[in-house]
Design a protein around this ligand. Structure first.
Ligand SMILES: [Zn+2]
Length: 175
């Protein structure tokens, strides 16, 4: 395996942590603005309405999970990174940005495999985006995820103490 080549595919590594923190400090932007300025497109995955969830509940309890998009039962084999505390989906390449700067990081949520395919066809492909960058699951593994230098969700490449220190410094408040 050519390590050098693999590393080229990584957008951020452990070396980016200090760089990004400094850049943010000097940017004068809010953490959400900073994240948006650095990230690949953050896409809206509209959520099923409460009424739809309620309506489906009679059959959905048989499934392990729910598709957030259509509200139907799902197996949880395809997930996405829910950010900005709402219905926004971020790229895997940008996990580090959310680990470092918050950005309403809600970790992984379920999308049904049918909806994932539909979303790929109607939203990702027309924008030239790769579904492997946006969906988690065995059919959606990007090469860089296997790189030991890849930083995933909640993985800032430092100790827990570093993470807390970063949280205090960047958010300036406790929640
Ligand atoms: Zn669905």
């Amino acid at each position: 395996m050519n390590k050098e080549k693999n590393m080229d595919k990584l957008k951020y590594t452990k070396a980016s942590v200090e760089e990004l923190k400094n850049e943010f400090k000097n940017s004068g932007q809010s953490s959400d603005e900073f994240i948006e300025s650095k990230s690949d497109p953050i896409l809206d995955v509209p959520h099923a309405t409460w009424e739809v969830w309620e309506k489906n509940e009679k059959i959905n309890w048989k499934f392990g999970d729910r598709c957030t998009h259509c509200g139907r039962g799902a197996t949880g084999t395809v997930m996405y990174h829910l950010v900005f505390g709402g219905s926004s989906m971020a790229s895997k390449k940008d996990s580090l940005l959310f680990s470092l700067f918050g950005g309403g990081d809600m970790a992984l949520y379920c999308i049904g495999s049918t909806c994932a395919k539909k979303f790929t066809k109607e939203v990702l492909k027309p924008q030239g985006l790769d579904p492997k960058d946006y969906f988690w699951g065995k059919d959606y593994i990007a090469d860089y995820e296997n790189d030991p230098n890849y930083l995933g969700i909640q993985d800032v490449g430092g100790t827990l103490e570093d993470q807390w220190e970063s949280h205090w410094k960047t958010s300036g408040n406790y929640e």
